[in-house]
Structure formats: C-alpha cells, structure tokens
Design a protein around this ligand. Structure first.
Ligand code: NAD
Length: 484
C-alpha cells in the first residue's frame, strides 16, 4: 500500500470513530437522496427559521443575559435578533437572482460557445460559533448555507450553555435533524466536530483555535472559512472633529463590553490632540453611561477568566510604564461581583506590553500618538494583518493613502464596527484575521460550489486544431501571435 492510500485509510478510520459521524451521515444521505433543493424549498426554510427566531426572541434575550451574568437586552436585540432577521430578509429578496447561472463573458477562443457558472449546494456545512454574539454567529452562517441549498450541523460555544439551548430549540422548531442539527459541548465535542468530513466548515473564533480547526479540516481536505480576530487599529487625522470620533470609538469599545471581533483595539492620534481626545472620550462615555454601577446598558465581561485576563493586561501595562486612565462617570465604585470594567485608556504603551501583543476583546483602549501618517502606516504594516481598520478623516487623499497602503479584512471610514452590518459588503479577515468571507451574496457563494460549464457550439475553433498539424495551423499560430 502506498503512503497516500495509507493516509487516506487513516482519515476514514479517524472519522469512523467519531461519535458525531451518524449525524453527518444522516444529513449526507438525505442530501444525496433529495438532490439540490428548489428556490421555493429554500425560501420556505428561511421563513421557518425567521419564524422560529421571532418566536424565541424573548428566550434569546433572557438566555444571553444569564450566560454573560448581564448582557444589555437592547444590545442582544439589535446584534443577535435584528442582525439575523435583516440577513434573512435580504437573502429572501435576492435569492432568485443569486441562484441563476452567471454568464462568464465572451472569449475569442470560443466565439460561438456559451460559458456559465452554475451554483451548486456543497452538501453538509459545519458551523462552529463563538460566545461573544452567540446567536447571530451560529445562525447567520446558517442563512447562507440554507440559501445555497445545503444541510448543516452547528456547534455552539460551551461558554453560553443557556443560549445554546435556545439555539437548539430554534433549530428543532424550524428543521428536521437531517436538515439542520445542533451539537453542544466543550473542547472534546469541538474537536470531534471539526474532525468530521464536512463539505465545508465555517469557524468563528480565535486565531489560535482557528489553526487547530484548519489542521483538523485538512485531514479530509475540507474547505474552510475562518472568521478570526486580531487587533483592529483606529487612526484619527489632524483635523477630524474629536467629539464625533470619540463618540463613535467609545460606542464601539463599550458595545457588548468591548467583546467584539471588530471592536477598535487601539487608537493613533496626532501628538498635539491626545489630551483633547481623552476629554472627548470622557464626555462621550458620560453621555451614554452617566453612571457605571448597576447600569443595565453596560454588558459585563463574560466570565471571571476574561475579567482577570483584562485586569492582567492593565497591570502589565502599568508595571511597564503606561499611564492608566479609568473613565468612570459619577465616580461611584463598581460593586463587587459585577464584572464591569470602565473604559480604561492606556497612554505611553509599548510593544513589549501584553496589551499591544494580543487582541484586547474588552473596554481597554491604548492610545498612541503620531506626527507623520507614514509612521502609522508602517506600524500597521509591521504587525499581523487586522480584521478591520478605522480611519477618521474628511480628506479623501489621505484616506485613500491609508486604505491603499494597508491590508485589513475590512475598513470603515469615519466610524467603527458598522461595515459588518451592510448586507452588500462581504465580511472576513485576511491572513491571521481570517480566510474567506460571507454575508449576503458572498455567503451564498461561499456555501456553493461554483461549477464552470462550457456549452460548446456545433462549429468550434478547437476542432481546427486537431492533428495532423500542418502549414494551415502554422498560419493560425502566426495570426494568434499577432492577435491575442
Ligand atoms: P474560541 O476560539 O475560544 O472558541 C470558538 C469555538 O471553537 C467554540 O465553539 C469552541 O467550543 C470551539 N473550540 C474550542 N476548541 C476547539 C478545538 N480544539 N477544535 C474545534 N473547535 C474548538 O473563541 P471564543 O473565545 O469563543 O471567541 C472569541 C474570539 O472569536 C475572538 O478572537 C474574536 O475576535 C473571534 N471572533 C471573530 C469573529 C469574526 O466574525 N471574525 C466574530 C466573533 C468573534
């Protein structure tokens, strides 16, 4: 037996031991039996999903709140409920058009032929979700998967067990287990899950676990979409109004307790504007949160481990010489037991501090200064490519320079976060912040196999190229050299 065969057998055996394999096999058998589903079938599935989300929206608000200790109900409503319903609506509106084979254009080598790209369902899609937006980030990939005619298995995060129950209830109301099923559990279940021979696997989570998932998927050459994290820089220009920039940055850094993959991670401000920015941040936080203690609009840090992790970043920065400014409007002490961190600005940060090495994922905001935009561009380019980049500037030339000379998954000019919510924009990272993209049409394409089909004409140029090759083909070759 050669090495390739031995390896192939090994991966089949590994899958055969997998306790989750029967779930996948049932879906794959149903997929092969039924074949690609019609437009009407997919629309009906999306309507059932929509109804199940609406029916469970109160349970979603309660469960996420309980899992976080406290999560603003309004934030859950907008991020997890409205986010999903908006995506379903957009997909229902455009699906008929998306499903049509796309013309590939005319080619001089095939003057009378037609070329089309057909979108075929891939089969069974695996979806692994994180805890930070636990309903949206498990069910939003499902929308694209269903729209493309697939079946799906979902793995929820073990950090949100109550939410996982609600996601399971939503899926069970809308689908049979051979259409969509949910798997709940910790790291061991997660490892079994990512070892399944899916037709496509989408993972949302940390870069570190993303590497493990990609390694597991490579056993079966399962294609992956990795939606990861990173440190998203924010740049403020010389003349952009600081009150506007500070309001938007504070919103982005405190929404969900700063626990968002695209939260602004750190800020670059011109040297002479740093003190004004801090005052503007103070004013912005005070406007939104007149007091922090017991404030229902503030989302807690999800668990003790992450709370301690953030405090350790602050302690490490302080010990290495950073100035620490806590913005706590009203000044009331934060009650013991509430996992709330005030927006904590760090000045004088350096790259040897842990806060400048790891994704922060909380309301801690290092503020760096610059004198020349080239310095900022160099800094961004000498660090891992981020998931998002934010640039506050009304000057089109400088903005174009930043966008052209840096590489990030996405970018937002004069705001933070909200590029993620525009249905027309694909969402995804680059390099260590992710592989692939989804949302809207791009989700449909990600979960489809794009089959290239050439419809050859009765008369074809290629028929002229058969042996015996002779002087006639020599002439064609000379013509081609001039013409192509
Ligand atoms: P995580 O990587 O710890 O966990 C994500 C999921 O992976 C969970 O369901 C977990 O059970 C599973 N998992 C854990 N070990 C595994 C293994 N060995 N094999 C397979 N799966 C495994 O991430 P998290 O803490 O839940 O989420 C926070 C991270 O996610 C941050 O880095 C954040 O930036 C990122 N994130 C990215 C996006 C995005 O769209 N790009 C969105 C939200 C969060």
């Amino acid at each position: 037996m050669n090495d390739a065969n031995r390896l192939a057998l090994h991966s089949v055996d590994a899958a055969a031991d997998n306790p989750l394999l029967p779930l996948l096999e049932a879906q794959r058998a149903a997929f092969l039996k039924v074949g690609p589903t019609s437009y009407e079938h997919r629309i009906a599935a999306l309507k059932r999903l929509r109804q199940a989300v609406v029916d469970h929206h109160q349970q979603i608000l309660d469960a996420v709140d309980a899992d976080f200790g406290h999560r603003s109900r309004h934030e859950t409503f907008f991020a997890d409920v409205i986010g999903l319903l908006g995506e379903i609506r957009h997909t229902r509106k455009h699906l008929r058009k998306w499903m049509r084979p796309r013309r590939a254009g005319w080619s001089p080598q095939f003057p009378l032929a037609k070329a089309r790209i057909h979108y075929q369902p891939r089969g069974v899609i695996g979806i692994i979700g994180p805890w930070n937006v636990p309903v949206l980030l498990t069910l939003s990939p499902l929308i694209g998967a269903i729209a493309a005619g697939n079946r799906a298995l979902i793995k929820t995060s073990e950090f949100c067990p109550r939410t996982a129950e609600v996601v399971t209830a939503i899926v069970s109301q809308a689908f049979t287990p051979d259409e969509v099923a949910v798997v709940n559990g910790g790291a061991e279940v997660a490892a079994h899950f990512s070892a399944l021979p899916f037709d496509h696997l989408i993972f949302t989570g940390s870069t570190q676990v993303g590497r493990i998932v990609m390694r597991a998927a490579s056993e079966h050459l399962t294609p992956v979409t990795l939606e990861l994290g990173g440190k998203s820089p924010t740049i403020i220009s010389d003349d952009y109004p600081l009150d506007v920039a500070a309001g938007r940055i504070a919103q982005g850094k405190l929404l969900n307790g700063g626990q968002a993959c695209i939260a602004p991670d750190y800020v670059f401000v011109p040297t002479g504007r740093r003190e004004q920015l801090i005052e503007a941040l103070r004013a912005a936080v005070s406007r939104s949160y007149p007091t922090l203690a017991g404030n229902p609009d503030l989302t807690w840090i999800v668990n003790e481990r992450h709370f301690e992790r953030l405090k350790a970043h602050i302690a490490d920065a302080r010990a290495k010489g950073a100035e620490v400014i806590e913005i706590n409007p009203g000044g009331a002490p934060l009650p013991e037991g509430e996992r709330v961190l005030p927006l904590t600005v760090l000045l004088g940060v350096t790259d040897d501090m842990s806060v400048m090495q790891e994704e922060i994922f909380g309301p801690v905001l290092p503020v760096k200064t610059y004198d020349d935009l080239a310095q900022v561009i160099d800094y961004v380019n000498s660090h891992p490519r981020p998931l998002a980049l934010y640039h506050f500037d009304d000057n089109a030339e400088r903005t174009a320079r930043v966008l052209d000379q840096t590489v990030s998954g996405g970018a937002c000019v004069n705001d933070v976060l909200f590029h993620v919510a525009h249905e027309g924009l694909p969402f995804g990272g680059v390099g260590p912040s992710g592989i692939g993209r989804y949302h809207g049409f791009d989700g449909f394409v990600t979960f489809s196999h794009q089959k290239s089909v050439l419809y050859q004409s009765r008369w074809s140029v290629q028929a002229l190229m058969r042996p015996p090759y002779g002087p006639r083909l020599e002439r064609v070759m000379q013509l081609a050299l001039r013409w192509l």
